[in-house]
Write a protein that binds this ligand. Structure first.
Ligand SMILES: Nc1c(C(=O)O)ncn1[C@@H]1O[C@H](COP(=O)(O)O)[C@@H](O)[C@H]1O
Length: 163
């Protein structure tokens, strides 16, 4: 039987980004959304990026989460080759604490959007949730799971508040 493509592709510039990008995968797992992950670099494997990004929609992906650090050109270059929504995660760099990653991702020219998340693990976790929210627009069952997730989150905060 032919394998179905999961709706979310997580790509990252280097294997060293995985501890951050795993947070996106964790969010997706929690919400019951299937994903794949792979290392693709605009700098180190440009041909692999062209093949991935230009073929992503035809392959059946619905949302791309792209994480990279430093001169983080991966999300923008991926967005230039697909009209799937691209969520960019600035991975925290050693030298500049991720400010370089953030600025490399966020300032896209008009016409080629990348939805840019916060630097580091919180941004990656939110990328997973945001991908699920996009998919939930046409998936009421997933929308219900997202709602339950939000309620559980609110309840967990209430439990830490005395009064
Ligand atoms: N920013 C990019 C791209 C890209 O944008 O294509 N490819 C790799 N990298 C980044 O280089 C950093 C260091 O990578 P190494 O740890 O492999 O030296 C990683 O955060 C990666 O995302």
């Amino acid at each position: 039987m032919a394998e179905t493509t999961p709706p979310v592709a997580i790509i990252m510039g280097s294997r060293s980004d995985w501890p951050t990008m795993k947070r996106a995968a964790d969010s997706l797992d929690r919400l019951g959304v299937a994903w794949t992950s792979s290392v693709v670099s605009a700098h180190r494997t440009p041909q692999r990026l062209v093949e991935f990004a230009s073929g992503a929609k035809a392959k059946g992906y619905k949302v791309i989460i792209a994480g990279a650090g430093g001169a983080a050109h991966l999300p923008g270059m991926a967005a230039s080759m697909t009209d799937l929504p691209v969520l960019g995660v600035p991975v925290q760099s050693k030298a500049l604490k991720g400010l370089d990653s953030l600025l490399s991702i966020v300032q896209m020219p008009a016409g080629v959007p990348v939805a840019t998340l916060a630097i580091g693990e919180a941004g990656a976790a939110n990328a997973g949730i945001l991908a699920a929210q996009i998919l939930a627009l046409s998936d009421p069952v997933l929308a219900g799971r997202l709602n339950a997730f939000r309620e559980a989150q609110t309840e967990a905060v209430h439990e830490t508040v005395e009064d």
